[in-house]
Design a protein around this ligand. Structure first.
Ligand SMILES: *Cc1c(COP(=O)(O)O)cnc(C)c1O
Length: 429
């Protein structure tokens, strides 16, 4: 769909609501999300699954909770039929609190603790995406103690180059994630021999913000080879999980359309099934995050001061790196738009920075803006890996979250108060 953020009567709106009205009612900084954008981005996956999955192949879209874990957003996605990909016990409890069902939850991550495994087993989640041999042994032991069986998939590292930022590339040999491709067969044999594990699937996740689907298709080819080799050893897998990773437009980027990617993917799977898999169905899972919520949100902020230096001009705003870590962490580029459409003739080039005491506290660099103190800015593409990465550094309360639905606003998380930030601390007796 078109961006849910567009100018109406010279005011930038979320769906039909002017961002200036949201700032007035809820204050700044504020994350503002569009409900229609989230549901239509989810529908792009769901509709393509319906359209292209060969022979009605079973599919499950497991939203990556770490990209945006607000309860209302998880609830909205659960209502759309989404499953969930979690990376902690905390995320599991969030999904359940939001009304997600445990039988659609998969649990990823390299460092699952004993308590997290117990919690997930007690809810009988769909599958553990296991990333190492020691993790297999720990999970087997805990399932044994609990008298249950754990369904497992191995996260295999297909060693393909996702051609994205090194910090968000995960499928290469040097990454900490997954089991090396060369070790996958041996690791599956170990898993299959453990008494309290049911080996049900295979998964990968090669990176994030991928603009091209070629590395994903390459990864699928490599996983399919493994499925065949395992079948020859009587280790029969029931699902293939391709992970997430489809990118969004941050800076004029042109990510592959989800429908085109899924069409190509299912065509390969269909050809393989017909030729080698004996036509047996295999369930296909996806773990998208950014492509569902990334461009469905903005971070709304107010200009506090303008500072004109000899080298640079700074626009100091009331949002900071604690609200949006991505620029400091990955040198990520986020669009910045004036909420009131400006007169373009009098722009000045600014670095947009926050109040936090770090030189790394910047949100955008060298942007032409026509602004004055008190003006509002929207930091674009802040629906994914923004609030979920927010911190309380400098004892800054995390921002309010607003979900817009047409002309209605819902506060889906209130702003933290300073007292709440130190409420868990104690003075010495
Ligand atoms: C972060 C993550 C995802 C989601 O990635 P996106 O790029 O946001 O789609 C999916 N699977 C795993 C295992 C992840 O760690």
């Amino acid at each position: 769909m078109m961006s849910p953020f567009s100018y109406k009567n010279n005011v930038l709106c979320a769906e039909s609501v002017p961002l200036s009205a949201i700032a007035e009612q809820f204050g700044t900084p504020a994350y503002v999300y569009s409900k229609a954008s989230i549901t239509s981005n989810f529908a792009a996956y769901a509709d393509a699954c319906k359209q292209y999955a060969p022979g009605g192949e079973a599919t499950l879209i497991c939203f990556s909770v770490k990209s945006n874990s607000n309860l209302a957003i998880l609830q909205l996605l659960a209502q759309c039929g989404s499953g969930f990909d979690i990376v902690s016990g905390g995320e599991l409890l969030r999904v359940l609190a939001a009304g997600g069902s445990a039988d659609k939850i998969i649990f990823s991550g390299v460092g699952k603790s004993r308590d997290e495994m117990r919690l997930a087993l007690s809810h009988d989640i769909l599958c553990f995406n296991v990333e190492s041999i020691p993790e297999l042994h720990r999970l087997d032991a805990i399932a044994g103690e609990m008298g249950v069986r754990a369904r497992v998939s191995l996260r295999v590292n297909p060693n393909v180059d996702a051609k994205t930022h090194p910090y968000i590339s995960t499928g290469l040999k040097e990454n900490k994630f997954g089991v090396a491709y060369e070790d996958a067969l041996a690791t599956y044999r170990i898993a299959a021999a453990l008494p309290h594990l049911d080996v049900t699937g295979i998964d990968c996740h090669i990176g994030s913000q991928l603009l091209d689907d070629a590395p994903l298709l390459e990864a699928v080819d490599k996983l399919i080879e493994l499925i065949d080799q395992l079948a020859a050893e009587n280790i029969v897998l029931h699902h293939l999980d391709i992970g997430g990773g489809i990118g969004i437009d941050y800076q004029g980027d042109k990510p592959v359309a989800v429908g085109d990617y899924l069409q190509r993917l299912f065509a390969r799977i269909d050809a393989w099934r017909a030729a080698r898999h004996g036509g047996k169905p295999i369930k296909i899972l996806f773990e998208p995050g950014r492509s569902i919520v990334g461009n469905a949100g903005v971070l709304l902020t107010e200009v506090q001061y303008l500072k004109h230096g000899s080298e640079k001009n700074f626009a100091i705003v009331d949002a900071a790196m604690n609200d949006l870590m991505r620029p400091a962490m990955y040198q990520a580029w986020h669009g910045v738009q004036e909420v009131i459409a400006p007169q373009r003739s009098d722009t000045v080039t600014y670095d947009v920075v926050g109040p936090v005491c770090e030189s790394g506290d910047w949100l955008a660099r060298a942007r032409p803006l026509a602004i004055a103190p008190g003006d509002l800015l929207a930091i674009m593409s802040a629906g994914a890996y923004a609030m979920t990465m927010a911190s309380n550094y400098n004892t800054r309360g995390r921002a309010v979250e607003i979900l817009v639905d047409g002309d209605t606003t819902h506060q889906i998380r209130r702003r933290e108060t300073p007292q709440e930030l130190f409420a868990l601390e104690s003075l010495l007796k």
